[in-house]
Design a protein around this ligand. Sequence first.
Ligand SMILES: Nc1ncnc2c1ncn2[C@@H]1O[C@H](COP(=O)(O)OP(=O)(O)OP(=O)(O)O)[C@@H](O)[C@H]1O
Length: 258
Amino acid sequence: MVTTPTHPAHPLGLALHHIDHGYAIGGTDTPVLDDISLTIAPGEFVALLGPSGCGKSTLLRLIAGLEPPRAGTILAEGTPITGPGPDRIVMFQDPTLYPWRTVRGNVALGHDIAGRKDPASVDAAIELVGLKGFERAWPHQLSGGMAQRAALARALVNDPRLLILDEPLGKLDSLTRLTMQTELQRLWRDRGFTAIMVTHDVEEALLLATRIIVFSPRPARIIGDLPIDLPPHRHRDDPRLLDLRKNILTQLGHSADW
Ligand SMILES: Nc1ncnc2c1ncn2[C@@H]1O[C@H](COP(=O)(O)OP(=O)(O)OP(=O)(O)O)[C@@H](O)[C@H]1O
């Protein structure tokens, strides 16, 4: 039986008020985010969809506190985000495991940095993502999906209140991706964190999210905000999902005729 590593965290709610951001690229000021206002309730699973380069990852970095917005405020439970925090954990497309640490060493990283001794929760997180038996494996001995599972365990063992996912399944083959989608949804339900995920895959967003935000081309503005009011274990061929898919693709300027 799989045990939950530690107590489920209280999911974090967010409020973004009039966020503007941009960069100087080649000497030219390039606006990237244009007046983004968004409230995310604790426990939501929000997917961000938009054209390549519109500013989705930039928005995630601001929420993670990796850089401040040029204008506007981001509040986590009413408190401005001024930097990274242990309650907000980012998972990237690349699992970025340390090659000199075993699976166990990688998963325990956050604990080691914090001086926390809690081997049982490290073991439980490894079991939770289906890597029991691979604790002593090195990153180069893992498949892409296993490495991403290890990164997921590393995130979960730190009890995130908000999991920030930047195309976490983007590099996986389609079958592994399907398995990981199911795992991610199960973990989100069981652990009760808030999730914000950038994905390029409309179907993935429809299968996992409780809400989908659609962005315009850069500078990103919110052009769609769709609640996905369907229970988990959704079926790809559910006519309600197909309608939503068509709607989203139209908003993104694509034909949905296939
Ligand atoms: N650190 C940076 N310095 C300068 N420009 C940046 C930086 N990070 C992002 N940009 C620019 O900001 C814009 C938005 O990039 P971002 O990565 O947020 O887009 P995205 O929507 O996540 O793209 P994709 O879907 O292709 O991953 C791009 O024009 C990019 O060149």
